[in-house]
Design a protein around this ligand. Structure first.
Ligand code: DLL
Length: 432
């Protein structure tokens, strides 16, 4: 089913003219209302009336997370506080969080866009949906919540944590769809097994996963473990939260809600726009946001865009599953490595669990990479010799795929810390 065929299946020419009209409005709005944007545009020598075609977006300056931090908390808002009806924030690892605001109309749009995405993932009013994102400043829970409510699904706002209770709720309430991070879904599966329950028998039909990068191999693992269809959805608080893009049943990329977001791909080094089909950093300009419109936000997420038609009937462009963030990319002895590449190698080797961690350090002048991965219960009871052979096999596989030498450490099942929110897989102890 398609939630809003009028917008999701729009003729692309019509879509482009709608985008242009909205882009002009957005640019005028920020130029007139937000001193930061006026100054940045003046510096770049561009005025609102210079935006005549969609390609002119490349004349606008980029915005990044620093701009939000520097203007903490409300400095980039384009609406007065009395018109703001909700705030969210992303935690950030250091210093102040990034604050985002929504007017009533922003919230209405948000739930519409999330309704599109959950419908594309196959959720209907028949579903009982357990939301395991933390309810709070994070956009994940409330974002999905109101979109699912719009669709008429029965929501179980379980929030995060208390894993054994989560399993009890699934059993007692007849949960059919699970919302959360893919890593938390792995953790929940372990919790179910520890209670003597096979997650595959719980009746969860659909997983709606997002908020962190996960590979196709991880998808296969989750689908097998839960006997579900695992779908991917993408978003970020700075441009809205969840609801930016999501997969349809065909799983051929994430449909972007292009009537609300203008997506570009740029070369992360040079900032130059790249064509459809080229891999690079996703940059998003919001087209309808009132409270916090944002120009050319550098997401740091690496993906590829395509506008080839999807057999599902939606005409909007799709983004490939995110490979990782530019700031998560490791440079090990000069070789660029994304944690997702290591994940793919590990998940395709028998005897390993999906729980792993990557440690990076310096040994003298050299980079040192250690991959730690938990064994499955079956493998753990094996012989020491088998484990040595397995370690060597992993080492060689990583070398053949990524051309880097690493140390591999096999761990006992359940020895790595489990994550309840976004998982942190890389520990980089190299001096900065
Ligand atoms: O994670 C919004 C969200 C919540 C999306 C729930 C989907 C579901 P932030 O906390 O601001 O917002 O983090 C945004 O998370 O730039 C990506 O690096 C990463 N991310 C989000 N979704 C995906 C995904 C939310 N499906 C940052 N695949 C983004 C890969 C994702 N990375």
């Amino acid at each position: 089913m398609i939630w809003d065929p009028g917008h999701e299946c729009m003729d692309r020419e019509e879509l482009r003219s709608l985008q242009l009209e909205r882009l002009k409005e957005t640019v005028a709005r920020v130029y007139n209302r937000v001193p930061f944007y006026r100054a940045a545009m003046d510096k770049a020598g561009v005025r609102p009336e210079d935006i005549r075609t969609l390609a002119d977006v490349s004349r606008l300056p980029f915005t990044d997370k620093t701009a939000l931090r520097d203007n903490y908390p409300y400095g980039l808002f384009a609406a007065p506080v009395k018109e703001i009806v909700r705030l969210h924030a992303s935690s950030g690892t250091t210093g102040k969080p990034t604050v985002v605001g929504y007017t009533r109309r922003d919230l209405e749009n948000w739930s519409e866009l999330v309704a599109r995405i959950v419908t594309a993932a196959g959720v209907t009013s028949e579903d009982v949906v357990q939301i395991t994102f933390g309810y709070g400043l994070f956009t994940g829970a409330f974002g999905l919540h109101y979109g699912l409510e719009k669709v008429g699904a029965t929501i179980v706002p379980a929030s995060v944590g208390n894993t054994s209770r989560q399993i009890m709720l699934m059993q007692d309430f007849g949960t059919t769809a699970l919302v959360g991070t893919p890593s938390y879904a792995l953790h929940l599966a372990d919790a179910a097994r520890a209670m003597g329950v096979d997650p595959a028998t719980l009746g969860i039909r659909t997983g709606l996963f997002g908020a962190e990068a996960w590979t196709e191999s991880m998808r296969a693992e989750l689908e097998r473990t839960w006997n579900m269809k695992a779908t991917d959805n993408y978003g970020l608080s700075e441009v809205m939260g969840p609801g930016v893009a999501g997969e349809c049943a065909l799983g051929t990329g994430l449909h972007i809600n292009e009537d609300h977001f203008l997506a570009e791909i740029i070369d992360p080094e040079t900032g130059e726009p790249l064509d459809y089909g080229r891999e690079g950093e996703l940059v998003i300009t919001t087209l309808t946001k009132e409270a916090l419109p944002i120009l050319r936000y550098r997401t740091r997420d690496i993906t590829v865009l395509t506008e080839e038609p999807c057999p599902c009937g939606r005409t909007n462009a799709r983004m490939r599953k995110v490979r990782g963030r530019t700031d998560d990319m490791l440079i090990i002895s000069g070789v660029n490595v994304f944690p997702s590449q290591i994940e793919t190698v590990l998940m395709n080797i028998n005897g390993l669990s999906p729980h792993y961690q990557i440690l990076v350090d310096k040994k003298g002048y050299l980079d040192y990479l250690e991959v730690q991965v938990e064994l499955t219960d079956e493998m753990f009871t094996g012989h020491f010799r088998d484990l040595e052979t397995l370690e060597e096999k992993i080492r060689q596989k990583i070398f053949s795929v990524l051309s880097i030498n690493c140390r591999v450490r096999l761990l006992e099942p359940r020895s790595l810390a489990r994550s309840e929110g976004k998982i942190k897989r890389v520990i980089d102890n190299r001096p900065k």
